[in-house]
Design a protein around this ligand. Structure first.
Ligand SMILES: [Ca+2]
Ligand SMILES: [Ca+2]
Length: 192
């Protein structure tokens, strides 16, 4: 036991994940088993992560978005996702709680991790989101949302900011929660 390479989930990680997520012992152990089967070395690399995304978006280019998502999940910045980071990611993105998802969205937009979002960062992430929308679908977007720049301008205008101002985390979460239209600008769910 205890040896990270032996294949068993360490007690520390298990306890930590139980405290930080809503998952049970059972669920965590089951996922650990399947995680280990798919990633025998216990880590997901950025390239592997990008491939997973590519499977979900066969008609568009999710690469830069996947890169940003990976950065937001790789909290110890070692260039791979371990089981702990993977489960926290799952917890943040699949929880029904909007505030939790938006906490994660904030970390996605805060590209340089300085605790605030600039308009340049908004444009960078929105450009990545935009690339995931298949060209056919892009044609049908509303006139004020059909380019990354227009989308970034729209989001920024909603927060009533000058171009060089910044958005703090609390302000971001509260603002997006109060406006469905803005919520739709910061994510893309593929149509079937
Ligand atoms: Ca990591
Ligand atoms: Ca920032």
């Amino acid at each position: 036991m205890g040896n990270a390479k032996s294949g068993a989930l360490s007690k520390e990680v298990l306890e930590d994940l139980k405290t930080n997520t809503r998952y049970s012992d059972d669920e965590l152990c089951r996922w650990y088993e399947s995680f280990n089967k798919q990633c025998p070395d216990g880590k997901i690399t950025r390239t592997e992560f990008e491939k997973i995304y590519a499977n979900f978006f066969p008609h568009s280019d999710p690469k830069s978005y996947a890169r940003h998502v990976f950065r937001s999940f790789d909290t110890n910045e070692d260039g791979t996702l371990d089981f702990r980071e993977y489960i926290i990611a799952l917890h943040l993105t699949s929880s029904g709680k909007t505030s939790l998802k938006l906490e994660w969205a904030f970390s996605l937009f805060d590209v340089d991790k300085n605790g605030e979002i600039s308009k340049v960062e908004v444009l960078e992430i929105i450009t990545a989101i935009f690339k995931m929308i298949p060209p056919e679908e892009q044609k049908n977007l509303p006139d004020d949302e059909n380019t990354p720049q227009k989308r970034a301008d729209k989001l920024w205008a909603y927060f009533k900011k000058n171009d060089d101002a910044k958005i703090a985390e609390g302000e971001f979460i509260q603002g997006v929660m109060m406006n469905d239209e803005i919520m739709s600008l910061i994510q893309y769910t593929p149509k079937k």
